[in-house]
Design a protein around this ligand. Structure first.
Ligand code: PLP
Length: 361
């Protein structure tokens, strides 16, 4: 069978070593004669899984002791509601940075809770799509917090700067970039990420919240979105997505074995350089994002002749290169190259692209 590389934006490729291990343990986990998804989340066996996963995640991101890690349901979109519900307090507004599709979706949800102060940072630089740097963001003193999305999965556009806004509570949607590079967690009030891109299976959402922000939820916030309730119950207020939690724990172990986030950072840079290099060296392919704002995780690209899109997708699929179709709102192609995508996968893609150009260019 052809080696398959899956460029899906999420749910996305998982490390093959992790899948093999899960496969081996599926029906007889730790000699219990049952799978890990069939045991109580309150059993000592599962609590050990849960605690190890949290510790490994903390180690990988160097999360300070005054932050809670919550293993939640509901995807990143549930957090779009949880954030204002937990953080607004008496404020009537919050700063929302609009740099793309997902940041915009968070704003739409926040409008149910307050009047967001929307700061549109979309710009053009040398005819390419770009984002305004943080020093140009016009934040509002009355805003309870500032929310931004450092990596826009659909637009393939990213902000690599780390926030430095004094006392302002910074909230970041890291769904498609978490664990891909080191970050300074202490600069953030809340970080959240749906697991299905750079962590593990869909169904789990990681939230990292500074302890002093707990206990401020509005009265109407459902208990399962109230950070204090989740923290007090060690993310087991209701039944957590146990299998996703277990599998994410295996991914964290895998990441540690691979040298952690610093090594991933280097690998992700090498993969992105390779792919953007092939796109930039050709008149046949195009990426329209300014170089400083290019995403290292999600690389959208267009064929100069879009009538070739269909055949590109058919041939790439036959070559074992899956899920390259761009998001419906952007069109063209998109290669998502999260941590689990090996350099070999990106090499195979670029070789295919060069060969496709030779045959169709
Ligand atoms: N935020 C970002 C950056 C995303 O990429 C996505 C999903 O693709 C979401 C939010 C929505 O995530 P979910 O489907 O888990 O709610």
């Amino acid at each position: 069978m052809t080696q398959v590389y899956n460029f899906s934006s999420g749910p996305a490729m998982l490390p093959v070593e992790v899948l093999r291990r899960a496969e081996q343990e599926l029906t007889n986990w730790h000699g219990l004669g049952t799978s890990v998804m069939e045991i109580s989340h309150r059993s000592k066996e599962f609590i050990a899984v849960a605690e190890a996963a949290e510790q490994d995640f903390r180690d990988l991101l160097k999360i300070p002791a005054n932050y809670k890690v919550l293993f939640c349901h509901g995807g990143a979109r549930a957090q779009f509601a949880a954030i204002p519900g937990n953080l607004l307090g008496d404020a009537k507004t919050a700063d929302y940075i609009d740099g793309g599709y997902w940041a915009h979706s968070a704003i739409k949800e926040a409008e149910k809770f307050c009047s967001p102060n929307t700061i549109d940072i979309k710009a053009t630089r040398d005819g390419k799509r770009a984002l305004l740097p943080m020093r140009e963001w016009q934040l509002n003193d009355d805003a309870a917090y500032v929310h931004f999305c450092p990596n826009e999965t659909i637009d393939g556009i990213a902000i690599d700067e780390e926030p430095d806004f004094g006392d302002k509570i910074v909230v970041a949607d890291l769904s498609s970039t978490i664990l891909s590079r080191p970050i300074d967690v202490s600069r953030y009030g809340v970080i959240y990420a749906g697991a299905q891109k750079n962590i593990g299976p869909a169904g789990l959402t990681l939230v990292v919240v500074r302890e002093d922000l707990l206990g401020k939820a509005q009265r109407y916030v459902p208990s399962i979105l109230d950070y204090k309730v989740l923290a007090e119950n060690e993310s087991m207020f209701n039944t957590p997505p146990t299998f996703a939690w277990y599998l994410s724990g295996l991914v964290f172990k895998w990441l540690k074995e691979k040298g952690g986030v610093a090594e991933m950072d280097k690998l992700n840079q090498a993969k992105a350089d390779l792919l953007y290099g092939v796109i930039d060296n050709s008149a046949f392919y195009r990426n329209d994002v300014a170089s400083e704002n290019r995403s290292r995780m999600n690389v959208p690209f267009q064929l100069a002749d879009s009538s070739l899109d269909k055949v590109f997708l058919e041939e790439s699929l036959k070559a074992g290169l899956h899920a390259l179709k761009g998001h419906r709102v952007v069109g063209g192609m998109r290669a998502s190259i999260y941590n689990a995508m090996p350099l070999e996968g990106v090499k195979t893609l670029t070789e295919f692209m060069v060969d496709f150009e030779r045959r169709h260019g």
